[in-house]
Structures are given as structure tokens and as C-alpha cells.
Design a protein around this ligand. Structure first.
Ligand code: SF4
Length: 379
């Protein structure tokens, strides 16, 4: 197997369709027997395409146009956004509701699809029936750094197909090996990477957009991920789930490369904490992304909602600029050494908060409104 690379600088559908046609020739892809397809972009949360947190709708549109030209008639776009998020809200914000309407393609949430129970290394897991039944599963990841998995590419994007309960379990199981086991359950038939604008720094939910110009296509998830990580300046051997995937025979970390794309050294996510001024969010690999993002959600509500301008916003400014605030999440959260006010998020930290007499926001994950309520009361 090989990975096709091309430099693309702008989100233009016709330009991406042309690149897909070149990839098809170069990789000798055959779609003649394919009638149905499921396209899975990365729609982890409700952010605009320009944030580089979600797969740009233009890339997904190009995949739909390209597949239709090849006679694939039953196309569905699907993803299961982060735990606790409303899928309709995520689809709307990320531009996918409008895209689905424009293309007249069903847009569905994995959270609403029937599942089959499958046996895997850790017991039983639910796999969406549609994902198993389509002729073509097209994984369309975004190129992003990640605080726990170093990078999120196609293998990490595949996790979006899990039920909310299985997503939580994934983190408790250590994330890296479960990611590889899930990739084995239903490998993608085609992977189309959106690295035209990638995300560096505090990914996968925050961070900084980078005009990286990377577009990649392959039929092997591991090999595409390895090639893309290399272009982003990260040795794929440093990425635990890619290393394990190679050991498990899912492909090679040194694939054959056809074509070329720019190299750009991505700034990595800090693996100990995310930080804005003097507010620290301490990382624990057992914490789910949505527990981590609950605080950012509360901050953006404090900024946008006038009811918070004179109550919460000044308090956040004080703790961010003069005091010091520590946010903890996850089952193995540890008390930070540095001084400051500590707030524990989610059911996983409930016992610790009780034991240590710390402020606690309940929920699994906590809602942004609960976080706002607690911050208003406790800061
Ligand atoms: S409390 Fe947070 S980290 Fe723990 S399982 Fe729930 S969402 Fe995940």
C-alpha cells in the first residue's frame, strides 16, 4: 500500500476533486462495485471550519462529488461528536447541516444509529450497523495535535463511531491500545486527510490553525497517519497508538509515498497541562475530551453572555492574571504542587474532591451551565 500526497493551499471543491482523481490513478483504486458509502469527518465539537478543529466541509463535499462521479449513489455523512454534546448543534456550528442540505445527503449522528455487539479484546463493544454494511467507509480526518495521543489522524478519528459509554471506557482502558483494537474492527476503505489547514498546540479542541497545505489519500489508516505525522514534524514512532498498530501488523510506519506535500513543524500540545495565563488544566489520560473542554465552554459563555459580564468574567480575569486556578479531571487526577485554587470536574474526581475538601462540579461530563454556576459561586 502507499500514501498519495499533494500540496493544496485553498479550500476549493473542484481543486480537491481533481486531487482525488489523481490519487485514484496513482493508487490504482477501483470503485466500480461500490454503491454505498459512509463518510466520517472529524466533528468532535461545535466549532467553525476556520477553527481547524473540524474537518473542513469543503473536503467532505469534494469526497461526495468525487464518489457520485464514480457511481456511488447511497452516501451518508456520519459522526458521533464528543461526549455530552448535542449532535445537531455540532453539525450546525461546523457547517455540516448546510452542507448536507446543499448536497442532499443524509447527515446522521452515530449516537442515534443501531449497533451490533461485537467481541473485542476488552469484552463487548457496539459497532454501528451502517458502518459495517456500507460498501465503502471513507474516513476524512483533520490533521491536529492532541494532548493525549500526540496527534489525531485517521485511527483516532475512527473513535468517533463509538457509543458515548464506550468512548468513556476507552480513556479508562488507556486509550492507545483500544484505538488500535477499534481500527481492526472496521478498517476504513479510503482515507482522505484534511491537512490543508491543520491545528497545532493545544489540540484537539483548542490550539492554533496552521496553513500547512497537506492533502493525503490512502487505503491504509496507519500508513496515512504515519506519513502525515512525519510531514507535521513528529516521528510516528513517538505516537503510541501508531507504534502499537505497526506491531499488530496494521501496516508500516515507513510507507511508500507517491507525490509530495509541504513539511511544517507543528507545535505539540503540552502533555502535562493546557494553560491560558495563570489558569492550568492538568492532563490525565483517563479524562475524556469533553470533561476537559467544559471549562473552555464556560469561559466562552462568560465572554458572550452579558449576564456573566459583571459576575463571572471579572472573577476569571482575576484568577487568570493575578491568582492561579487549577482544573482537574479524570480518574487518576493528581493534586498540583503549585499553589492556587483547585476545581475538580466530573464524576471521576468526586471522591478526590470530597477527600481533599476541594470545589467539585458534578456530571459526566459536567455541563457548561453547571460549570458556570459553580465558578460564579466559588471564585
Ligand atoms: S467524569 Fe469526565 S472524565 Fe470521567 S468518565 Fe465522565 S466525562 Fe469522562
Amino acid at each position: 500500500m502507499a500514501v498519495f500526497l499533494e500540496e493544496i493551499r485553498k479550500y476549493r471543491t473542484s481543486r480537491i476533486v481533481a486531487a482525488l482523481e489523481r490519487a485514484t490513478d496513482s493508487l490504482n483504486l477501483d470503485f466500480s462495485q461500490k454503491r454505498s458509502a459512509l463518510i466520517k469527518p472529524n466533528l468532535v465539537t461545535g466549532k467553525r471550519p476556520r477553527s481547524a478543529v473540524v474537518t473542513h466541509p469543503c473536503v467532505t463535499e469534494a469526497v461526495v462529488v468525487f464518489l457520485r462521479e464514480r457511481g456511488v449513489t447511497e452516501i451518508t455523512i456520519a459522526d458521533g461528536p464528543g461526549i455530552g454534546l448535542d449532535s445537531d448543534w455540532v453539525f450546525e456550528k461546523s457547517g455540516y447541516t448546510a452542507l448536507a442540505r446543499k448536497l442532499d445527503v443524509p447527515l446522521v449522528s452515530f449516537n442515534d444509529l443501531p449497533r451490533r455487539t461485537r467481541t473485542w479484546k476488552y469484552g463487548e463493544i457496539g459497532v454501528p450497523e451502517l458502518l459495517e454494511d456500507v460498501d465503502l467507509y471513507v474516513n476524512v480526518p483533520k490533521l491536529k495535535t492532541h494532548g493525549y495521543s500526540t496527534m489525531t489522524l485517521s485511527i483516532k478519528n475512527h473513535k468517533g463511531m463509538l457509543s458515548q459509554e464506550d468512548k468513556k471506557l476507552d480513556h479508562q482502558l488507556g486509550l492507545h491500545e483500544p484505538l488500535v483494537e477499534q481500527a481492526k474492527l472496521r478498517p476504513a476503505d479510503l482515507i482522505v486527510l484534511d491537512g490543508i489547514v491543520g491545528l497545532e498546540g493545544d489540540g484537539p479542541l483548542n490550539g492554533r490553525p496552521v496553513r500547512s497545505g497537506i492533502f493525503a489519500v490512502s487505503t491504509n489508516m496507519l500508513e496515512l497517519d504515519a506519513a502525515a505525522a512525519g510531514l507535521a514534524g513528529i516521528d510516528p514512532r513517538e505516537i503510541a497508538h501508531l507504534r502499537i498498530a505497526e506491531e499488530q501488523g496494521l501496516g508500516t510506519l515507513s510507507p511508500e509515498i507517491i507525490g509530495s506535500a509541504p513539511r511544517h513543524s507543528f507545535m505539540r500540545a503540552n502533555e502535562k497541562f493546557g494553560r491560558v495565563a495563570r489558569i492550568y488544566s492538568w492532563r490525565d489520560p483517563t479524562a475524556c475530551s469533553m470533561c476537559i473542554d467544559a471549562f473552555s465552554g464556560a469561559v466562552s459563555l462568560a465572554v458572550k453572555d452579558p449576564r456573566n459580564w459583571f459576575t463571572l468574567a471579572p472573577k476569571l480575569l482575576y484568577w487568570g492574571l493575578i491568582g492561579r486556578l487549577h482544573i482537574l479531571q479524570g480518574r487518576h487526577a493528581k493534586l498540583p504542587q503549585a499553589k492556587g485554587k483547585v476545581i475538580c470536574f466530573g464524576k471521576c474526581t468526586r471522591d478526590m474532591a470530597k477527600r481533599e475538601g476541594l470545589v467539585h462540579v458534578p456530571g459526566c461530563p459536567p455541563t457548561v451551565h453547571d460549570v458556570v454556576k459553580t465558578l460564579r459561586r466559588e471564585l
